[in-house]
Write a protein that binds this ligand. Structure first.
Ligand code: G3P
Ligand code: MG
Length: 250
């Protein structure tokens, strides 16, 4: 059965983790950098604090991207809101906060950015994270023309999100395209498959498109390779270099 959104409202190029490599990942200033690079959409990761507040962060632990330590899911929102998520990228970004999902939603609206929200549950929190992310997204984009696209490596989280906000489009997120990709998409009522571009080939891309699904690829930073992928029918590329990879790349 064809699941394709009749109209795929997402840009061909979307910045990975808010601003890609142009700013500190998964931050508000990253969203600004994305816009300054001329890019109209972003992917980012949502994880819950210990008290259930959704934050935008990739790792389960704080050390790599913030001045905190320990696990995100062990800290309350009040403590996470004190952290610096900019200085590890460059001292020029010192003072940049670790953003709550609600702040990123607001900034996406101000900047008119389309969003792919990756639900990123800490281990054991798949259902809670899926539900909370979907609840915030449904309210945050209630009157928006372009709904956010929800995706996750966790089928449990994506399914939980579907129960809470069935109206929001979903993408199945995988590393290599698995043999049962179509069954997975079908099971989750997904409109798209999101896969690691490193392992994708033209024949697989064309098969996914021929089955009626949209296809998104992460994380491609080479304009020539992006051009090749668009020729295979890839709908959207997530990149750390939204200043280089363009819809008409190279
Ligand atoms: O959603 C695409 C991509 O972000 C998945 O990988 O590890 O960067 O979240 P990761
Ligand atoms: Mg991600």
């Amino acid at each position: 059965m064809t699941r394709t959104l009749a109209d795929w409202p997402y840009p061909k190029v979307m910045a990975h983790r808010c601003g890609g490599a142009l700013g500190p990942e998964n931050t508000l200033v990253g969203l600004d950098m994305c816009v300054m690079a001329g890019c109209g959409g972003v992917e980012f990761d949502v994880m819950l604090s210990a008290d259930g507040m959704p934050f935008v962060i990739h790792d389960e632990t704080l050390e790599r991207t913030t001045n905190g330590s320990g696990r995100v899911c062990d800290m309350n929102a009040a403590s996470l809101m004190q952290l610096d998520a900019g200085a590890k990228h460059h001292r020029a970004f010192a003072g940049e906060p670790l953003p709550r999902f609600s702040e990123v939603i607001a900034r996406c609206h101000v900047l008119n950015l389309a969003a792919n929200i990756e639900i990123k549950p800490a281990e054991g929190f798949d259902v809670d994270t899926g539900e909370a992310t979907a609840r915030f997204a449904a309210i945050g984009w209630r009157d928006a023309k372009v709904p956010p696209l929800l995706s996750s490596f966790s089928e449990i989280a994506l399914n939980a999100a579907a129960q809470v906000a069935p109206q929001l489009p979903r993408g199945v997120l995988v590393d290599r395209v698995p043999v049962d990709w179509e069954a997975r998409c079908e099971r989750l009522g997904a409109v798209s498959l999101h896969t690691n571009g490193r392992y994708l080939d033209g024949a697989t891309a064309r098969a996914i498109k021929a089955a009626g699904y949209r296809l998104a690829v992460y994380t491609e930073n080479d304009p020539e390779q992006a051009h090749r992928m668009f020729a295979w029918g890839v709908d959207t590329i997530f990149t750390d270099r939204p200043d280089r990879v363009r819809a008409d790349s190279p």
